[in-house]
Design a protein around this ligand. Structure first.
Ligand code: MG
Length: 407
């Protein structure tokens, strides 16, 4: 079996859903998804000559070859790993289909039959789309969704947290996450100043409202997006402790795990981090030093699905739970679910597309009808490979202008 052709496509959704497809000489192909990045499809195309003529069944050999070639270009971490992760996932889909084996089987077999999802709720009723450098944009679907109205000023009020939590419970979710950093007045100086009393009070009121809307039986997490200095993060943790959080996410900048580890060591609330890290090497200090309670690799950027499994096993050895970050389309979400299905320390996988009106329509599963996420869970099946195909008739309507479509 040999790789004959590799191609890309990009869907312009809330983020750039970036797909890579690997074709083999038996007529089959596999599709993977990458976390967005500037220049990503160009980086992917630079990799393709390295893959042509190679045996796609040698998944780990090829992934390691791409790691090695990338390090020659200076990338021992960073967004070249977004590209490599998509290629690796596409290889697993192809190999699974050609062997008639579901992807979870290659990862050791599943330890659960459905994968629990937590829904990202942002901070209220915002619908948005972001370019690869997080610049705001308005593709046609977003203009249609706004109904010709200009986008309203974003407001972060307790009643919006309450209402959103109730909506998500009604939609069948029993785990959810809200952003709280957006509540802080954005001066660019958050790391250099104490939070005001008003900011702290509002943050606490919003989380209290989310808890009231969700009810006590629902798991509730909050995300800080690396916004705070350790002293402020400790104030936030103490203030939110009464709301029984599943976790407090990324309270401090990601470059130094010691800041997060210090807060985790106080034992006030469980701490989650890790979405910016690549390969086991990136997670090593964090995990070995028990720097967090839950680790959140992003399986579309950490270096591959198998590498994501290995990171989960490292975490398991330290008693650290596993809750992957995920902003991908249903294709990448399902690929991540295959890894989650095989890890005993798994807690919940993120779903970040509740505001994308066509999210559910992008995927067709091979032997499972209905939406990908059902009652807050993804049922895992025995279908070969990923067990689903991109619904290209739908996806192509949202193709990013200027990008090829699996050409
Ligand atoms: Mg996050």
């Amino acid at each position: 079996m040999k790789i004959t052709h590799v191609s890309t496509a990009v869907v312009e959704a809330n983020y750039d859903y970036t797909y890579v497809r690997v074709h083999a000489d038996n007529g089959q192909y596999g599709t993977g998804e990458c976390f967005f990045a500037p220049g990503l499809t160009q980086a992917l195309r630079e990799m393709f000559p390295l893959l042509i003529g190679r045996d796609p069944r040698e998944v780990d050999r090829l992934a390691r070859m791409l790691w090695r070639k990338g390090s020659g270009a200076g990338a021992v971490a960073g967004y070249l790993y977004n590209a490599i992760s998509g290629v690796e996932a596409a290889l697993w889909d192809l190999v699974g289909k050609s062997a008639g084996v579901p992807l979870w089987q290659f990862l050791g077999g599943k330890v659960r039959d459905e994968v629990r999802i937590y829904v990202d709720c942002h901070a209220g009723d915002n619908i948005e789309s972001w370019g690869p450098m997080l610049t705001e944009r308005e593709p046609q679907w977003l203009r249609d969704a706004l109904g010709g109205q200009p986008r309203g000023e974003e407001r972060y009020e307790p009643e919006m947290y309450f209402e959103r939590a109730r909506q998500m419970v009604a939609a069948g979710f029993d785990a959810m996450k809200f952003d709280i950093d957006s509540i802080v007045v954005l001066t660019g100086e958050e790391l250099n100043r104490p939070l005001t009393r008003a900011e702290m009070d509002k943050m606490t009121a919003c989380v209290a409202a989310a808890r009231a809307g969700a009810g006590d039986a629902v798991d509730l997490a909050v995300d800080c997006h690396w916004r705070f200095a350790p002293t402020e993060a400790i104030r936030i943790a103490r203030s939110l402790a009464p709301y029984n959080l599943l976790w407090l996410e990324d309270p401090c900048p990601p470059e130094n795990y010691r800041d997060v580890a210090e807060i985790r060591g106080l034992g006030i609330v469980p701490i989650l981090t890790g979405e910016n890290l690549n390969r086991r090497h990136g997670f090593w200090d964090l995990i070995v030093n028990r720097g967090c309670d839950l680790v959140a690799p992003d399986l579309q950027k950490c270096g591959g699905l198998l590498e994501g499994k290995r990171i989960g096993e490292l975490a398991e050895m330290q008693g650290i739970r596993y809750a992957p970050h995920n902003i991908s389309s249903p294709l990448g979400t399902l690929a991540s679910a295959h890894v989650c299905a095989t890890l005993p320390n798994f807690v919940a996988l993120e779903f970040h597309g509740s505001d994308v009106p066509f999210w559910n329509d992008l995927l067709v599963r091979s032997d499972c009808s209905g939406p990908l996420i059902q009652r807050g869970r993804i049922p895992m099946t025995n279908a070969p490979g990923l067990g689903a195909e991109l619904n290209e008739a739908v996806a192509r309507r949202y193709a990013k202008p200027g990008e090829p479509w699996f050409a």
